[in-house]
Design a protein around this ligand. Structure first.
Ligand code: PBG
Length: 327
């Protein structure tokens, strides 16, 4: 049945009709908000390359978590940039480190807010890589995986609601699951950054997390942006190793991957709208070249329409505010 019997515009003629015909809706429950911890007290340091995003000392992070929980944000993911960095990422094994302190403070202040902790080595290593570096400069996969599992256990002990490995070493999920299970944390979920690409869009994050590699790049562990089949292989491997949720990252340039992963698995699929995706919108809107709110809604709706069940985004608190106003 074609035109003139079929006229798709009939269902688009008013806002009321468009709401009825809408296929994809955003809700505060879709979002996970990334937050950055730094040492000190009463620190709120704006991240220049990410307008609206700050680094927080533990006390301020707890206060900010309370504020955004009030706005309706359901979950956060914590990153930290410790002052002391060494070859082994020792700062992340400290039970009194920034993340364990913040987890305890936030869970005490707002028990209903879900707190994930990112697990990686790059912001605690002096070389800035996500794993241990051999004298040759190569990344030592298997010893990195042991350390990553110890970091995950450290965060689980502090009370993290989930641990989220973002390092892209092979076998890290299995190592984590085994150590957590042996140590009394069989019920702590693992949210795996399963399909994480070596992306140009992480640039601003590396300022926020102080995690740029001192030499080389991450292409020997993060995925080649040209590959989609390989993403399915990574996702399946992580599920076999015990991951409870899988993630695709970045989100916007990888909507086809999100769709394919969504169709291939039954677990929740998360997508990370990364720092560069956020900063592009912020920078263009500051110049008056783009409508920030409309661009945020459109990109996040597109990510959800592609198949993401959850979206990690720096817009999370602002989106909760905008969604409230739109009601
Ligand atoms: C650390 C990590 C990165 C991001 C999340 N975890 C950076 C990287 O891999 O270099 C990027 C997040 C963002 O850009 O918003 N491994």
């Amino acid at each position: 049945m074609g035109f003139p019997l079929s006229r798709p515009r009939r269902l688009r003629q008013s806002d009321a009709w468009r709401r009825l015909a809408r296929e994809t809706r955003l809700s505060p429950d879709d979002f996970v908000y990334p937050m950055f911890l730094v040492p000190g007290k009463r620190v709120r340091h704006a991240v220049e390359s990410m307008p609206g995003v700050s680094q927080f000392s533990v006390d301020q992070c707890v206060a900010e978590a309370e504020r955004i929980a009030q706005l309706g944000v359901a979950a956060i993911i914590l990153f930290s940039a410790p002052a002391e960095k060494d070859a082994r990422a020792s700062a992340f094994l400290d039970p009194d480190g920034l993340v364990p302190q913040a987890v305890k403070g936030i869970k005490a202040a707002c028990p209903g807010l879900i707190v994930w902790t990112d697990v990686c080595l790059c912001s605690a290593t002096d070389h800035g890589h996500c794993g241990h570096v051999l004298p040759s400069g190569a990344i030592d996969n298997d010893s990195s995986v042991e350390t990553l599992a110890q970091v995950a256990l450290n965060y689980a002990r502090a009370g993290a609601d989930a641990v989220a490995p973002s390092d892209m070493m092979d076998g890290r999920v299995l190592a984590m699951r085994r150590l957590l299970d042996r140590s009394g944390f069989a019920t702590t979920p693992i949210v795996s950054y399963a399909a994480k690409y070596a992306s140009a869009f992480y640039g601003p994050f590396r300022e926020a997390a102080d995690s740029a590699p001192a030499f080389g790049d991450r292409r020997s562990y993060q995925m080649d942006p040209a590959n989609a089949r390989e993403a399915l292989r990574e996702v399946k491997a992580d599920l076999e190793e015990g991951a409870d949720m899988v993630m695709v990252k970045p989100a916007g340039p990888y909507l086809d991957v999100i769709r394919r992963v969504r169709e291939a698995v039954d677990v929740p699929v998360a997508a990370y709208q990364v720092s560069g995706e956020y900063s592009l919108i912020k920078a263009a809107s500051e110049r008056g070249w783009i409508d920030e709110r409309a661009a945020a809604f459109e990109t996040l709706t597109g990510i959800k329409r592609a198949g993401a069940d959850l979206i990690l985004t720096y817009f999370a608190p602002q989106m909760c505010q905008w969604l409230k106003e739109a009601r």
